[in-house]
Each structure stands twice: as structure tokens, then as C-alpha cells.
Design a protein around this ligand. Structure first.
Ligand SMILES: O=C(O)CCC(=O)C(=O)O
Ligand SMILES: [Fe+2]
Length: 203
């Protein structure tokens, strides 16, 4: 037992999508603990807003981020290079339960803070070279639920969406990043914030 296991339900749901290996754990962290974690992460994280370059134009990224690592390896994407902070004790505890469930030893935690419905994350795959060939990526969600869209790169008839609930864990592995893109679209609804932690391995 650990401090986040109270009343949580770690039953996995496999998504049945071709060329993908995606597992969803809807209530991975019990709601009350997840709420405490949201508040702590929101307050204690040194959030930054980087500029991204898309087709030569510079935009402020539509969300706040922070990078943590068990090693010094930086993470680069969309012309941004992020240098990791050392893990906080909260993140060490979360890494323990996520590592155990995913049978992995994650090194790099990217935190995303979507302040409201206007914040978003555009279509992409997590296929940066430093993550290796078939990267394993785990993603914890806290706060207001948001849709996670998936689309197949070549078969345009294949798409899916899934609501990422407060306290949930989403795990993507195998060939998923080769064949599928994902995004968190904006929403016109008046909603509260959401914090997401993605766990990656940069050896
Ligand atoms: O916010 C999410 O659930 C997804 C985040 C994501 O795709 C990423 O950081 O690469
Ligand atoms: Fe991603």
C-alpha cells in the first residue's frame, strides 16, 4: 500500500485501436487525493510559458509547462529545449506508483498546466529521438477533465477521443507513436484548470 492507493481502482481498460497499445486507468488515484495533488502541483510548480516556432512564426505556447528529471537530460520538442529540475518528494511518490503499474523506470516528467478551455496541445506524436524507438509514455490527469483526441497518421477513417478524468492514468506504448497523433483541443466551455504529468524515459 502507498499513500495514493486509498479507494483507487487500478483496473485497466485496453483501447481497441489498430497499430496502437493504449491502456486507460480511469480512477488510478482516488478523487480526494487527486484534488490535493492538483492544488499542490498548481502552487508548487515553477510554471513557465515558452515560445514555440511553427512554420517560422513565433507563438507563446498555449499552456504552462515544467520539466523534472531523475537525470540531467534535457528534452527538446517544437524548437524548445527544457532543462529538468530535480524531482520533488510529491513527484517521487507519484513516479513510484506509475513505475510500478507500467513496469518501467521513468526518468523525465513533463508537467502541462491547461489554465482554462483556451489552453491546448496541438496534434503531435511523442516521437523525439531521445525517447527511443517504441517509447512508453504514461500520463496522469488532475483537475478538470479534457478530451484527448487520437488520429491515425495514414488511415484517415481511424480516429477516437477519450475523456481524461481527474485522477486517471493513460499509458501509450508499443508502436502507438509511429502510427497515431494525439491532441488536447481547446474548448469553448467555461472550465477550470487541468494539470497533466507525462512520464517518459530519456536514458
Ligand atoms: O495533456 C495531455 O493529456 C497530453 C500531453 C501531451 O500529449 C504531451 O505533453 O506530450
Ligand atoms: Fe504528447
Amino acid at each position: 500500500m502507498n499513500e495514493f492507493s486509498l479507494f483507487s481502482d487500478k483496473t485497466p481498460q485496453q483501447l481497441h485501436l489498430p497499430n496502437a497499445d493504449i491502456i486507460y486507468y480511469p480512477n488510478f488515484i482516488a478523487s480526494a487525493e487527486a484534488t490535493q495533488l492538483y492544488e499542490m502541483l498548481q502552487k508548487e510548480t515553477p510554471w513557465q510559458q515558452d515560445d514555440i516556432k511553427v512554420f517560422g512564426k513565433v507563438y507563446a505556447q498555449p499552456r504552462l509547462t515544467a520539466l523534472y528529471g531523475t537525470n540531467q537530460k534535457s528534452y527538446s520538442y517544437s524548437s524548445i529545449e527544457m532543462i529538468p529540475h530535480p524531482l520533488t518528494s510529491t513527484l517521487v511518490e507519484l513516479k513510484k506508483i506509475v513505475d510500478e503499474t507500467c513496469n518501467a523506470d521513468f526518468t523525465t516528467l513533463l508537467l502541462n498546466y491547461y489554465r482554462n478551455g483556451k489552453d491546448s496541445n496541438g496534434w503531435h506524436a511523442d516521437n523525439e529521438k531521445e525517447l527511443g524507438k517504441n517509447p512508453i509514455i504514461a500520463s496522469l490527469s488532475f483537475g478538470h477533465e479534457r478530451y484527448f483526441h487520437l488520429k491515425h497518421r495514414t488511415d484517415k477513417s481511424l480516429k477516437n477521443k477519450l475523456l481524461l478524468q481527474h485522477g486517471s492514468l493513460l499509458l501509450m506504448k508499443g508502436e502507438t507513436q509511429h502510427h497515431w497523433l494525439h491532441q488536447i483541443p481547446k474548448t469553448a466551455k467555461q472550465i477550470q484548470g487541468r494539470i497533466n504529468i507525462t512520464f517518459r524515459i530519456i536514458p
